[in-house]
Design a protein around this ligand. Structure first.
Ligand code: NAD
Ligand code: DAU
Length: 370
């Protein structure tokens, strides 16, 4: 039985990881720490908190005293560190929070884990997993080979630079102090509970509400889409069986450009409305409710500054060493994700009320059609 700290457990990947961990290792004790920023949501965890199968602490990973108290109290033997500011556009509009949480927050957690594990004499049995991103490697040209764990770091956004800095700190703690840590660098996740600021949920929700679908630039940018369930399976394999001090890339093997992703979403919604008569009265502003294609909402807008052209992951090391391969085909996973948003209107209406509206104004009002 392990005592597990999951930071950022109320975020998109964090919530999915908590459920996956609970299902795979029901006897482990899970403690979730989350500062409950705009990106957090506890709805899916509330039943687990209520029946005490997990513990939740609202707290900031930069709070060294709180982190140390939690390590002393719960005697963690596993740390899955996901807490971060995660949205590239927000990092461009306001980078400071990214440096605070992603760099200083990670530093605080590394320092606390090392000190607590040394003091308790448990460092030999403990493992720290730092969850990072493929964005640290920069941008690929159309025919460049996919990112390897040995690819040079070339971050292009403040978000990517802050994650790169945190990766370097993890490495330094391994090399200098012998912290038993590992790093994963993964590609774009998608699936249930993703915040509607990110491409796939944003496009689904805008289409349902009959709002423009804002594709940055010409939409030729490519991402490698990884279903969040495949990502969580990889994280659990790496934290348990990965070689300490190593980095593992995790990718979906699903490279698609943004134009195609948005087109697939539109076509899937058109089909759903054509076959399910209950959708039109629920979403009357969606073009598909009156027999038009959601593609009519597509709008090409001012590009993201420093917009990385292409990410692609070579996940051979993960497969070779840990036998872990991604299994969700993109079209299937996208269909499931669209159904999830259709079935969880209450969830996204709650998330998109209030402060979210101010962000949409800030990020999209200056973008003109191109
Ligand atoms: P998210 O933004 O949905 O969730 C992040 C969570 O961290 C939120 O619940 C937030 O409240 C919490 N948090 C933020 N600052 C905090 C602080 N100072 N102290 C405690 N909690 C804090 O992000 P996500 O998409 O779930 O990503 C999780 C991790 O995976 C991040 O480290 C991100 O960089 C990484 N990652 C994400 C993706 C992706 O496609 N979503 C891809 C690669 C890597
Ligand atoms: O690659 C991993 C990264 O993937 C993670 O580290 C980040 O946390 C995560 O946010 C994601 O970053 P991206 O910038 O790739 O994701 P996003 O959903 O913001 O955008 C995906 C692509 O879609 C990107 O090329 C920008 C484009 N885009 C995005 C939005 C929000 C649009 O064209 N229009 C939009 O409105």
């Amino acid at each position: 039985m392990q005592s597990v700290l999951i930071t950022g457990g109320a975020g998109f990947i964090g919530q999915n990881l908590v459920h996956a961990w609970r299902a795979a290792e029901p006897s482990d004790r899970l403690v979730i720490v989350d500062a409950m920023t705009y990106a957090a949501n506890l709805r899916s965890l509330e039943p687990l908190i209520a029946d005490r199968s997990i513990s939740f602490v609202k707290g900031d990973i930069k709070d060294a005293a709180l982190m140390r108290r939690l390590f002393d109290e719960h005697k963690f033997t596993r740390v899955a560190h996901l807490a971060a500011e995660s949205h590239v556009d927000r990092s461009i509009a306001d980078p400071e929070a990214f440096l605070q949480t992603n760099v200083l927050g990670t530093f605080t957690l590394l320092k606390t884990a090392l000190e607590a594990w040394l003091a308790a004499g448990t460092i030999e049995h403990s493992r720290f997993l730092h969850v990072s991103t493929d964005e640290v490697y920069g941008s690929l040209g159309p025919s460049d080979p996919a990112f390897l764990e040995s690819s040079p770091y070339r971050p292009n956004s403040p978000y990517a630079a802050s994650k790169a800095a945190s990766d370097h700190l993890v490495r330094a703690y391994v090399e200098t102090y012998g912290l038993p840590a590992l790093i994963t660098n993964c590609s774009n996740n998608y699936g249930s509970y993703q915040h509607p600021e990110k491409l796939i949920p944003l496009m689904i929700i805008h289409a349902l509400e009959g709002k423009p679908l804002p594709i940055y630039g010409d939409g030729s940018n490519v991402r490698d889409w990884l279903h969040v369930s495949d990502h969580c399976a990889a994280l659990m394999a790496v934290i348990e069986r990965g070689r300490l001090g190593e980095t593992y890339n995790v990718g979906g093997g699903n490279e698609r450009n943004n134009r195609d992703v948005v087109g697939l979403i539109c076509d899937a919604l058109d089909r759903a409305f054509a076959t399910d008569a209950s959708l039109a009265p629920r979403f009357p502003s969606c073009p598909a409710a009156s027999g038009k294609s959601c593609r009519s909402l597509i709008s090409f807008v001012t590009d993201r500054p420093g917009h990385d052209h292409r990410y692609a992951i070579d996940a051979t090391k993960l497969a070779r060493e840990l036998g872990n391969r991604c299994s969700v085909n993109f079209e299937d996973g996208l269909g499931q994700t669209i159904n999830w948003y259709l079935d969880h209107e209450d969830w996204w209406r709650e998330v998109t009320s209030g402060a979210y509206k101010a962000w949409i104004d800030k990020n999209y009002s200056f973008r003109i059609a191109v």
